[in-house]
Design a protein around this ligand. Structure first.
Ligand SMILES: NC(=O)c1ccc[n+]([C@@H]2O[C@H](COP(=O)([O-])OP(=O)(O)OC[C@H]3O[C@@H](n4cnc5c(N)ncnc54)[C@H](O)[C@@H]3O)[C@@H](O)[C@H]2O)c1
Length: 373
């Protein structure tokens, strides 16, 4: 095993880079040697916040990757800037942990995967709920065969008012930076929850829709302390979306996701199987995790039975979800393991999001053609 400390960089030192940094800081087998943000002074301020006096700061990811001889980077840029730094890093032989969603379009995600394949390096996509014990339990239940053949899934979630724009931050709500809204931001989690459980079958068709009634209305932001007119003016993505998705193997997924809505929840996640059904309660404010005790429904000797599945508690020694997300990436880099959250899976997640956008634009069901990698 390589005992040299890994040289790690972070591209995009905004909100979520802090979570990456806190988890990296717990590891003694790496050093954060370089930081980059296109906003002048932002990488330097981040370095000062975390006491990273030795880290070199850049405004260009190309310059950083050309000069620093890095082993790995976290790409923590807004969605529309996931592809460029990821591809550049992989082309320089640097392993990449890229934040979710994969990207904005399917074609961009495919380009990222082509760079991954050509480089032989790891590309992992940042879905930390994958490391939650209760999320893992869903997959274990499906794999146990208890549900029989899963043929219908309802998934998604919502927030009554949860458009991410505190402190006038617009990177999630402007098309130029975010590319997609609720659909990509939290919809990707809902899709991953169920698609990962059933083994990520290939999506075939999507009939999708998106709306933006709340995002474009100043009233939505009126009592938040933010400049309501400014945010409504900037809003140029979806705040609600959904789709009927057909997957290979005859599975149908009914999906919906909202950053804002006038209801407490658009419904729990359910998996219907030929032997049993599973209900996964939604969280009140959707964050892509299991919202309470799951219930298994089946028939036994002619009688309906309901079994509660107790929530599993994290063990202190496991660390946070972020420790596990960063830790699994670092371990994979060091030990030459496969990508912890493989791009081949998340490409299908992105294909659905891309399909919803295309279908919403033309008002019809669209076919999904998975790109050649
Ligand atoms: N996994 C999670 O729980 C989670 C939570 C929040 C956000 N995210 C994801 O993380 C990403 C970033 O979100 P955020 O809240 O940190 O956004 P943010 O706007 O706070 O930060 C993004 C930063 O990237 C910088 N940037 C953009 N392009 C760049 C480039 N080419 N090179 C260097 N810097 C660049 C911006 O200047 C900004 O500082 C998004 O894709 C979001 O979906 C994930």
């Amino acid at each position: 095993m390589d005992e040299r400390k890994l040289r790690v960089g972070i591209i995009g030192t905004g909100g979520i880079a802090h979570s990456h940094m806190r988890a990296y800081a717990k590891r003694s087998d790496l050093e954060i040697v370089a930081l980059c943000d296109v906003v002048p002074g932002k990488a330097k301020a981040f370095a000062e916040e975390f006491g990273l006096e030795q880290a070199a700061c850049y405004e260009s990811h190309e310059e950083m990757l050309d000069k620093e001889g890095l082993d790995a980077v976290s790409v923590c840029t807004y969605n529309a800037q996931h592809a460029a730094p990821t591809i550049y890093a992989l082309n320089r032989g640097v392993h990449v942990l890229c934040e979710k969603p994969f990207s904005v379009t399917l074609e961009e995600a495919a380009e990222m995967m082509r760079a991954e394949k050509a480089s032989g390096k790891i590309l992992s996509i940042g879905f930390q709920p994958r490391f939650d014990r209760n999320m893992q339990k869903i997959k274990k239940i499906v794999e146990s065969g208890e549900l029989g053949q899963v043929y219908y899934i309802q998934t998604g979630g919502g927030r009554r008012r949860g458009i991410p724009c505190n402190n006038q931050k617009t990177s999630f709500i402007e098309k130029e930076t975010a590319g997609v809204g609720a659909l990509g931001d939290i919809g990707c989690y809902a899709l991953d929850m169920v698609l990962n459980a059933i083994g990520y079958p290939t999506p075939l068709t999507v009939s999708g829709f998106v709306t933006d009634y709340f995002g474009k209305d100043p009233e939505t932001y009126r009592y938040t302390g933010n400049d309501a007119d400014f945010l409504a003016e900037k809003f140029s993505v979806d705040d609600f979306g959904g789709a009927l998705i057909r997957l290979e193997g005859g599975v149908v997924v009914d999906f919906r996701i909202a950053w804002a809505m006038n209801i407490n929840t658009p419904g729990d996640t359910i998996l219907l199987g030929t032997k049993a059904g599973l209900r996964i309660p939604s969280t009140d404010c959707w964050n892509g995790t299991v919202g309470g005790e799951m219930t298994l429904y089946r028939h036994c000797a002619g009688s309906p039975i309901e079994a509660k599945i107790p929530l599993e508690k994290d063990k202190p020694e496991d660390g946070t979800l972020w420790d596990r997300k960063i830790g699994s990436f670092v371990d994979a880099v060091k030990l030459g393991l496969p990508s912890p959250i493989p791009s081949e899976q998340i490409l299908k997640n992105q294909a659905i999001i891309d399909g919803v956008v295309r279908s919403a634009a033309c008002g019809k069901e669209v076919e999904i053609v998975m790109p050649e990698i």
